[in-house]
Write a protein that binds this ligand. Structure first.
Ligand SMILES: Nc1ncnc2c1ncn2[C@@H]1O[C@H](COP(=O)(O)OP(=O)(O)OP(=O)(O)O)[C@@H](O)[C@H]1O
Ligand SMILES: [Mg+2]
Length: 495
């Protein structure tokens, strides 16, 4: 039998940029292929070509022995390819069953509602999806919604599933469940393309990896005994571990003072951070991380306690007033809160400063000053795009994230609140961001670094707090960390 998918010499150009430059990719039945590469290396583009969302400028695709060219997503689906999008295409007000029936030509005509419901229960049971046909999508957590997309793919008899960074906003237990589901799909003979920047996941679940660099295949290998360091080396060609980022530093005067801070689902929280200190906030997602970040940023009502920055009481200050007082905020959900996707890179970089010197003169934005500034930031933060006038939505996911990071760090804030700042970043970019946060701390700022990536928290924090049930279950100096104790704090729900 021919292999499931053969892509040969795929070329895709955007202007002068060769996003895919002669890429080959093979996937067999019952095989999970990891597609790796730096931010902007062309992974999503390759998958969009395969799914018929963008037209290639060269190369060929053979799927199940038949040529696929000039196709639309509709034809890709009909021939057995499914793409699980990162932003799910689900109607929240409808049930799982209704979402499955939606746009499925066989359902409704050939299949009755109760027959489809029965099929959903069967597939859900077989693959461990834990989905009830009658549940309303709006009531389901993110991980469960993603499984509806997988369910749809399986019911429509897809042979190949494309998963583009499916784990980047899932909590660790949801990630484990997803990897389990992927293994079951493999046992049923499905082929899977799995895109992820999290190398341990890739090693855990993939049979082989293909690495892209600047639109070309830079390496491929069976996963077998590959180590994280080897994969990272293939991706970026240098060491990108998180070692040796932090150096000892004596903290200075108190800059952020939080006493008994409380709000809905959070607190009371006490915290004093001194100039040159990073507090890493670890914990299982959903234990108040979002609430803590938003409360500090001034986006949530405070019901008790106080917050002050450099001695100024900010408890009742608006988000904008906090920004003026020197607070920077990197929210986890960049696509809806931190970026305006329809605006240019330059405008996104200027969002906070467009009304200030030197970018604003006599009430007008000095466009050339803004462009020059944007070019400098793009260079420094390695934001890959043709020029600053490109719309943010056109950048690869990781490069969009770098816009937010560049804007918030460049203001030299007194206080930085960062919530999952490295989501979607490749290992090289992740290390770079950690180094930049460290430089900010060395310049005397204080940082509240909220992340479910314990490795990152350990790499940069001076102190580590574990958030559990909306409170700090414990706070410990980095040099006295006991991993057993951290684990206990994480599993403890505050009463
Ligand atoms: N619609 C578009 N117009 C112009 N350039 C584009 C467009 N889509 C993608 N690109 C460019 O093509 C290159 C590859 O982008 P792609 O999204 O495939 O990267 P990626 O490997 O998925 O990166 P990430 O890990 O950050 O998601 C990038 O330089 C990106 O800016
Ligand atoms: Mg991508």
């Amino acid at each position: 039998m021919a292999s499931l998918l053969e892509m040969r010499g795929i070329v895709k150009c955007y202007g002068t940029l060769r996003a895919n430059d002669g890429v080959d990719l093979d996937v067999d039945f019952g095989e999970i292929v990891g597609l790796l590469g730096e931010n902007g290396s062309g992974k999503s583009t390759l998958m969009k070509v395969l799914f018929g969302m963008v037209k290639s400028d060269g190369g060929g695709i053979v799927f199940k022995g038949r040529e696929l060219s000039n196709h639309q997503p509709r034809e890709a689906m009909a021939s057995g390819i499914a793409m699980i999008h990162q932003h799910f295409m689900l109607v929240e007000a409808m049930t799982v069953l209704e979402n499955v029936m939606l746009g499925w030509s066989r359902a409704g005509v050939l299949l009755r509602r109760d027959a489809v419901a029965q099929q959903i229960r069967e597939v859900s049971q077989r693959l461990g999806l834990d989905l009830d046909p009658a549940s309303r999508v709006a009531d389901l957590p993110l991980g469960r919604r993603q499984r509806i997309e997988i369910l749809k793919a399986v019911l429509r008899e897809a042979d190949l599933l494309i998963l583009d960074e499916p784990t980047s906003n899932l909590a660790p237990p949801e990630v484990r469940d997803l990897l389990k589901i992927m293994r079951r799909l493999r046992e049923e003979g499905k082929g899977i393309v799995f895109i992820s920047h999290k190398l341990p996941e890739v090693i855990d679940v993939c049979d082989k990896v293909v690495v892209l660099r600047a639109g070309k295949v830079s390496g491929k290998s069976p996963v077998g005994s590959a180590t994280k360091a080897q994969l990272a080396e293939m991706m970026v060609g240098r060491d990108v571990t998180m070692s040796h980022i932090r150096k000892q530093r004596e903290p200075g005067k108190v800059r952020l003072d939080i006493q008994g801070l409380a709000g809905e689902d959070i607190g009371p929280i006490d915290l004093q951070l001194r100039s040159g200190e990073i507090l890493g906030v670890a914990g299982v997602d959903g234990n108040g991380q979002l609430e803590l970040a938003q409360t500090l940023a001034g986006l949530r009502a405070v019901s008790g306690g106080s917050v002050s920055i450099d001695g100024w009481d900010m408890t009742k200050a608006s988000a904008a007033a906090r920004v003026r007082a020197g607070l920077s905020y990197m929210p986890a959900d960049r696509s809806s809160t931190a970026l305006v996707r329809t605006m240019s890179i330059a405008d996104n970089l200027m969002l906070r400063d467009s009304a200030r010197e030197p970018y604003c003169r006599n009430g007008f934005l000095d466009v050339s000053a803004a462009m020059t500034k944007a070019r400098t930031l793009m260079e420094r933060f390695d934001i890959r795009a043709r020029d600053p006038s490109v719309q943010a939505a056109r950048l690869s996911g990781g490069n969009q994230q770098k816009i937010v990071i560049a804007r918030e760090l460049d203001r030299s804030p007194a206080v930085l609140v960062a919530h999952q700042p490295t989501w979607g970043l490749d290992p090289g970019a992740t290390r770079f961001v950690l180094e930049q946060v460290m430089a900010l701390r060395d310049a005397g700022a204080v940082v509240v670094y909220i992340s479910s990536e314990l490795e990152e928290v350990l790499a940069i924090s001076d102190r580590i707090a574990v958030l559990s049930g909306g409170r700090f279950a414990g706070v410990v100096a980095r040099d006295h960390v006991d991993m057993g104790q951290i684990g206990l704090w994480m599993s403890e729900r505050a009463a």
